[in-house]
Design a protein around this ligand. Structure first.
Ligand SMILES: [Zn+2]
Length: 937
């Protein structure tokens, strides 16, 4: 039957009657209702306000969104972001008249507007300034220039074939790595633009295609064949951060509340901005499989206002990221409540270092921050050392009683009720318990850890519902199931056997993880040991249950910095909203297949990823294969995460990404996203280091770079397969070698016989879960010169504190009289040159001379002088600008101070030579030799 979106006479509303499966028409003034469509009165829209396309507001919003987005995502101040980045958006399209959906008409208007918008959009990748391009006119590289012209000819021809329509081809700018040093500002650029053919998208909304902070692809134009993709040597994957945090200035994800969910009946794709409406708007053609589907009857009905709605205003047709409230058929049970079981180590090591006191205090202070909008959140506290201590909190009292279980082999719950209690109802009991827990075990001299049995107990307690196990542990689990042995052996560090230490030592952790995943239980690990704790094995649980590992080696709360860091990060994790009982699946256009999955989850069936709890800002990489030749001008990838919110609602978050296709290799290169490639390769390298050797993992990274460079040279430059005095790569991949060099030098992969296995394992956990925004500094640290920073740096600008311009991470920039900041998102170093003038030392540290300054973990004083305030502002901004719960420690490093600390700081300057690892220049030369000497063609 006809949808009531067609115009009704003034004063009439239509209401879907589910019992009769038809519309009831109501005269709103009189309340009279009838089944017949009321006679058409004067042709006027019912309510111009609700039906006019949101073109104006949408563009205004976009303006704010884009700059906020760029700002928050790249985490920069307005100090060094090219203002052009934020403003590279299409101008507002022509104003459309207020109208209801008229088949054909509205869409045509929108297409026209889109074409116009595309035509005026400046390319993202316009090179800044006048860099030297090998193939730029006048450079003297005649053969290369000619080739470029030929390529341009090919693309013109391609465009004339009508495949690309008016789509602008990507221009390939080739640069010579030998003479073009990497500029860290390049890393702040957005990925190459996605240039869809006209008419690909049914909306002009600039938010219709994926925001890279949610989903980005290693290539932004897809080769039509697997052979062409293989030829490029660029691995194709999407990097997904589906549950990205919303920072100030970010737009929240639009929510579709009417439970009208249009999905393709063949491939189950959710309706999105890249479908086509056909049959007078009554059907839609799936953008993945081309199936023609019926438009649901209520699709054009505004349930909130109870009147016809504007189809074109629906969020799922305008936004790449959207969330649906799911109806009951998406539930196998009512949405679970948010449940936390805190498993707190109370052995001597845990109590004496102040971990227990800090944890209890933070938890106590964070009770209001725990997600609990629906009042259903449940909490349990279990303490453990060589036994398990349960706390029963019966209703009607604020007292709790402790129940001790010392049978560790066959763990049981000592009481069927009152161990897991409602946070709101039992708030007083929980507060009282947290207030005295640390004291209760103050005198403990117990050594040993029944962490495994504690986790089994926590599992027994929460598995009927699902939820989070938060394990806070200060030593190696030594008792009961899951007990581990100290396998740290300095002799095998740096040898082929080292990777054994990075694999789980006991099958318990894998099988327990699978049990957890099945029962919707996710594990977070907070680890504090001063000695070997086997992080590699323990991190297995968060890895397979979509949790996270946090590591505070040699934690000591007597150092206020240690207490502050842990309290901050634990507090952030507690306050974090989480997606519960989630499953994620990526669907893609016909001819594409998800081939491998990287990140913290468990692959339940071929492509269904089970995630008992999705934390904010965790990243996943999924590789894609081209199985059949792609004939469509663009392909669509759609990630859907079915989950329960921590407010008890079942929802589906859908992220849609459309990418154009090409048969032109140069376009593939020109569209490559070096940051996404580095993110994928970090994941793959860590996995390879576990299945093979660390050395193999490093070789694989280098070989991938060599393959790309070799193919690029032979197919995109005049040198072909012959030797070349240059090392050519396209401008948009110019930072890839330095990113990969940084990856090779990261603690997780670095060639060294000195890295404790726990530190390595923790670094690997970060490399495989950090979103690109945090991963980039983690492998390519940020380096600022502070003593001579520009006057505006460290002051507050339009977008918060202005940061100094970043320097390339090499000690060539260190000055003996200077003050520098080096940071990787996890640790901040304040480097003080040995000839620092007394005034600088006085201004920053309140000390009369460099000699009085002591290196190490510190809290910088905030002094009554502008320089101190600016330095403090830069540090504060560095700590808060990125997503994620991390609160980096600050270390003061004296140029002539303790060697281990100096070396640690210097190891962040990844362009320098370090031990056996090459400098950037050496690395580039090695790459060049391999490219010239290799047999690829
Ligand atoms: Zn379909």
């Amino acid at each position: 039957m006809a949808s009531p979106s067609q115009q009704l006479p003034p004063g009439w509303a239509a209401q879907w009657d589910a019992n009769n499966q038809r519309y009831l028409f109501i005269e709103t003034a009189t309340g009279h209702s009838q089944w017949e469509v009321p006679a058409q009165g004067p042709a006027a829209p019912i309510d111009a306000r609700s039906t006019s396309p949101p073109s104006h507001t949408a563009h205004t919003k976009r303006r704010q969104y884009a700059s906020g987005q760029t700002q928050a995502y790249y985490g920069t101040g307005d100090g060094f972001v090219d203002p052009q980045y934020g403003s590279a958006m299409p101008p507002a399209g022509p104003q459309q008249g207020a109208q209801l959906f008229t088949p054909g008409l509205a869409a045509e208007n929108q297409f026209a507007a889109q074409q116009q918008a595309q035509g005026q959009q400046p390319p993202y990748y316009q090179p800044q300034g006048e860099p030297e391009y090998i193939n730029a006119p006048g450079y003297g590289q005649q053969p290369a220039y000619q080739q470029q012209q030929q390529l341009a000819g090919v693309t013109d021809q391609f465009a004339q074939m009508g495949i690309a329509g008016g789509q602008k081809p990507f221009s390939l700018y080739t640069t010579n790595l030998l003479t073009a040093p990497p500029d860290p500002r390049e890393l702040l650029r957005p990925p190459p633009e996605i240039r869809l053919p006209p008419n690909a998208c049914i909306t002009t909304n600039p938010l219709a295609n994926a925001d890279p902070s949610y989903q980005r692809s290693t290539i932004n134009i897809v080769p039509t064949t697997s052979a062409l993709l293989n030829k490029s040597k660029i691995p194709w994957a999407i990097v997904i951060t589906p549950y990205r945090s919303i920072k100030e200035g970010d737009q929240p994800v639009p929510l579709v509340t009417d439970t009208v969910i249009a999905r393709c009946r063949r491939c189950r794709t959710y309706i999105n901005p890249f479908v086509q409406f056909i049959d007078g708007g009554n059907r839609w053609r799936c953008s993945l499989c081309s199936m023609s589907n019926e438009v649901p009857q209520m699709f054009d009905w505004d349930q909130e206002r109870n009147q016809p709605g504007d189809r074109w205003a629906r969020a799922e047709l305008n936004h790449s990221v959207v969330e649906f409230v799911a109806p009951t058929e998406y539930m196998v049970r009512p949405p679970q409540p948010t449940v936390y079981a805190f498993l707190i180590d109370v052995s001597h090591a845990a109590v004496s270092t102040g971990m227990v006191a800090t944890a209890c205090r933070t938890l106590l202070e964070s009770l209001d921050r725990l997600p609990n909008e629906d009042g259903r959140t449940k909490v349990a506290i279990i303490a453990f050392d060589v036994a398990l201590y349960f706390f029963s909190m019966p209703p009607g009292t604020t007292d709790s009683s402790m129940l001790v279980v010392s049978d560790l082999e066959d763990v049981f719950l000592p009481k069927p009720t009152d161990l897991l209690v409602n946070l709101k109802e039992m708030r007083a009991s929980i507060e009282a318990l947290l207030g005295r827990l640390s004291e209760m075990f103050q005198e403990s001299h117990t050594v040993g850890s029944a962490a495994g049995p504690a986790m089994q107990a926590g599992f027994k307690l929460i598995s009927p519902m699902g939820g989070k196990l938060m394990v806070l542990s200060s030593s190696l689990p030594s008792l009961g199931p899951g007990a581990l042995k100290n396998r740290e052996d300095p002799k095998i560090l740096g040898t082929a056997k080292e990777s054994n230490l990075l694999q789980p030592a006991s099958a318990f952790y894998k099988t327990f993880a699978i049990d957890c995943s099945r029962a919707q239980v996710s594990v977070d690990m907070f680890l504090f040991s001063s000695t070997y704790q086997d992080v590699a094995t323990l991190a297995c649980l968060p890895h397979y249950t979509s949790g996270q590992t946090y590591f505070y080696p040699a934690f000591n709360a007597a150092k206020s910095e240690d207490a502050l860091k842990f309290a901050h990060e634990f507090g952030e994790v507690l306050a974090m909203p989480i997606m519960l009982e989630a499953v994620m699946r990526v669907r893609a256009s016909k001819g594409l297949r998800m081939s491998s999955f990287h990140g913290n989850f468990f692959v339940r069936s071929t492509d269904l990823l089970a995630m008992p709890a999705v934390p904010l800002d965790q990243s996943y990489a999924i590789e894609i294969q081209i199985e059949d030749t792609l004939t469509a001008p663009f392909v669509v990838l759609q990630t859907a995460i079915l989950h329960s919110t921590c407010t008890g609602e079942r929802r589906i978050r859908v992220i849609t990404l459309a990418l154009p296709t090409t048969s032109n290799l140069s376009e593939v290169y020109a569209s490559a996203d070096q940051v996404a490639i580095a993110t994928l390769l970090a994941n793959k390298a860590v996995e390879r280091s576990l299945s093979h050797k660390l050395e193999d993992a490093r070789d694989a990274v280098t070989n991938k770079m060599v393959e790309i460079l070799t193919t690029y040279k032979s197919s995109m430059t005049a040198a072909g397969s012959g030797a070349s005095a240059q090392l050519a790569i396209c401008e948009n991949m110019k930072m890839l070698p330095v990113l990969l060099l940084g990856l090779l030098k990261n603690v997780g992969l670095r060639q060294s016989a000195q890295i404790p296995p726990d530190l390595r394992a923790y670094a690997q956990a970060l490399l495989t879960s950090l979103p690109s925004q945090l991963l980039v500094p983690y492998i390519h640290p940020t380096f600022y010169s502070l003593h001579d920073m520009p006057p505006e740096a460290g002051t507050v600008g339009e977008h918060g504190v202005i940061l100094p311009p970043p320097l390339p991470p090499t000690s060539e920039h260190l000055k003996r009289h200077g003050l520098f900041l080096i940071e990787d998102g996890q640790t901040i170093f304040l480097w003080v040159g040995r000839d620092a003038v007394p005034q600088l030392v006085m201004d920053v540290f309140d000390l009369s001379s460099y000699e009085q300054l002591r290196g190490g973990k510190t809290t910088l004083p905030l002094l009554d002088n502008p320089f101190s305030q600016r330095v403090n502002a830069v540090i504060a901004k560095t700590r808060e600008m990125r997503r994620g719960p991390y609160y980096p420690h600050l270390y003061v490093v004296k140029e002539d101070g303790e060697p281990p600390l100096r070396l640690w700081a210097l190891s962040c300057l990844v362009q320098d030579r370090a031990d056996v690892m090459p400098s950037y220049q050496q690395f580039i030369n090695q790459l060049k030799d391999k490219v010239n000497g290799s047999s690829y063609s």
